[in-house]
Ligand binder design. Structure first.
Ligand code: AMP
Ligand code: MG
Length: 495
């Protein structure tokens, strides 16, 4: 079975090839709805490189045409706009949600054979809007653009950002703010919360349809397994374990790991109050709405496991005809998560420390370093980067006997390996980024754009974070942690 149905693929304008498989699913999965046109769309930023990789040519458009397209005022011919239905556990409580301010235009088939969702975010009210206005403010949409593109450059699976346009309208938040629409590109928008919604509304038959669809779309190689649904559960568990390990290895805090913000594809999705940690502290929280630290840096793997348990529950009717057996299978799968996560995390940490081989005590070496970093309130990113360059004076991170002892132990550990020392430092430099979109730099770029219409700060930041592992003297200033006055204490959803 193939998802593809359109034999005559529309290929209009910039080269869209829409084939809208989600819109062919049962009608209870979504609501057909068009974006609400905006007053005066203007391009804020276009992602030419991403467009090119998708086989789309933005150069054929004038700025005005691009603004019309990426605001949703003009739709591609073969788009079939829908608001997707989903539910979610938000901070632990179950809620019915759905796209309250986003519209899936359809799925574009890229030249490499990939199928991606093209979604407008901030595109107006839908039946799922509840009390919201269906709109988005400019700064949070630019924030998603910056961070998703930085994640991609860091090699971490992520949704991407194709465009941001301003709407010429004001959205009311705590204060009036300029409105905007983001065009998001994703492997799909199927979430844990999508399964929760269908399990509730469509029962076992609905879940089977969604599960079969998801397997076809993301895990086609599992279709012929004896128990494809269990195989899918295991694969999703592995992808999430890998994803969250990778977040943590670079100091990323998602900030709002509700089940509606966990994608079954394994991509990072929904950049709200996310942030990169400056000084290392597992308790770090930035999100203004995370009062109890549920989604703090150090909790992310536990939360991922909790969310995956919610996913597994929706699959119970498919895992086994005997519900008791199904429960055993689901629990077994979920119980594996911490070990799988730990394996990914350890593998990543070894690379961060230049280790090619595995030794039994490696975790002690790693934990000792993190403990020292915590004690010295050391900058997470810069500490690892400094260790990656033996010729930098900062390689000696702390004036501290405990660190000197650690350093000697680490160097002794490196010397146990067959690989030359240089190979270790090369490995470290491709796993310890020099440049991340630090919060104070993101704020600076958003303020310039949102308050003064000045996009030069943003574009410079984007250029810097596009090469996170390179030593580019021109971008050295982006490596500096925030001064006390620049420190960002809280990040906001901006909804
Ligand atoms: P998020 O916090 O972005 O994951 O969104 C959670 C839910 O709130 C989703 O159903 C969104 O569609 C909805 N939502 C967020 N902001 C708005 C808004 N301004 N208007 C309508 N719905 C919204
Ligand atoms: Mg969300």
């Amino acid at each position: 079975m193939s998802l593809k149905q359109n034999t005559k693929i529309e290929n209009n304008g910039i080269g869209w090839c829409f084939d809208n498989s989600y819109a062919r699913l049962p009608e209870s999965f979504y609501v057909p709805i068009r974006p609400v046109p905006v007053r005066m769309p203007r391009v804020a930023i276009l992602n030419y490189a991403l467009a090119e990789s998708l086989g789309l040519d933005l150069h054929v458009l004038t700025e005005d045409e691009a603004a019309l397209l990426f605001s949703g005022n003009v739709l591609p011919d073969a788009a079939q706009p829908v608001a997707q239905a989903y539910a979610g556990h938000q901070f632990g409580s179950f809620t019915l949600l759905g796209d309250g301010r986003a519209i899936l235009l359809g799925e574009h088939l890229a030249p490499d054979g990939g199928r991606v969702d093209i979604q407008l975010k901030g595109s107006g009210r839908t039946p799922f809007s509840r009390r919201g206005d269906g709109r988005a403010a400019l700064a949070p949409m630019l924030r998603e653009y910056i961070i998703s593109e930085a994640m991609h450059a860091l090699g971490i699976p992520s949704t991407r950002s194709l465009a941001v346009v301003t709407t010429g309208e004001t959205v009311m938040r705590e204060t009036p703010l300029p409105g905007a629409v983001l065009t998001r590109v994703a492997a799909s928008h199927i979430r844990v919360g999508t399964f929760e919604y269908i399990a509730l509304k469509g029962g076992a038959d609905g879940v089977k349809i969604l599960a079969d669809y998801t397997i076809q779309r993301h895990y086609p190689e599992l279709a012929h397994e004896d128990n494809p649904y269990l195989a899918m559960l295991n694969r999703v568990i592995a992808r999430q374990a890998s994803l969250v390990a990778r977040w943590m290895l670079i100091g990323f805090i998602h900030g709002v790991m509700n089940t509606d913000n966990m994608a079954i594809s394994g991509e990072t999705i929904d950049y709200g109050p996310c942030a990169f940690m400056d000084e290392f502290d597992p308790q770090t929280v930035f999100s203004s709405i995370d009062y109890h630290g549920r989604y703090c840096y150090g909790n992310q793997s536990r939360i991922a496991q909790w969310n995956l348990a919610r996913f597994a529950e929706t699959l119970l009717p498919l895992l086994h005809t005997e519900q008791e057996q199904a429960l055993v299978l689901a629990e077994e799968a979920i119980r594996m998560f911490p070990d799988i996560f730990q394996r990914y995390w350890m593998a990543g940490m070894r690379k961060k420390l230049g280790l090619f081989t595995e030794e039994a005590d490696d975790h002690l070496l790693i934990e000792a370093l993190l403990t020292l970093m915590h004690k010295h309130q050391a900058d997470y990113t810069n500490s690892f980067r400094a260790l990656s360059d033996e010729h930098r004076p900062e390689n000696n991170l702390f004036r501290d006997a405990a660190f000197a002892a650690w350093h000697a132990q680490w160097r002794a550990r490196l010397s146990h390996q067959a690989e030359p020392l240089q190979a270790s430092f090369d490995l470290m430099r491709t796993n310890n980024p020099a440049i991340l979109p630090r919060n104070h730099r993101v704020e600076e770029a958003l303020n310039a754009a949102s308050e003064h219409g000045d996009y030069t700060v943003l574009k410079r930041l984007l250029a810097a974070v596009a090469k996170p592992y390179a030593d580019v003297p021109e971008y050295d200033a982006y490596r500096t942690p925030p001064a006390a006055s620049e420190r960002v204490q809280q990040t906001f959803c901006g909804t």
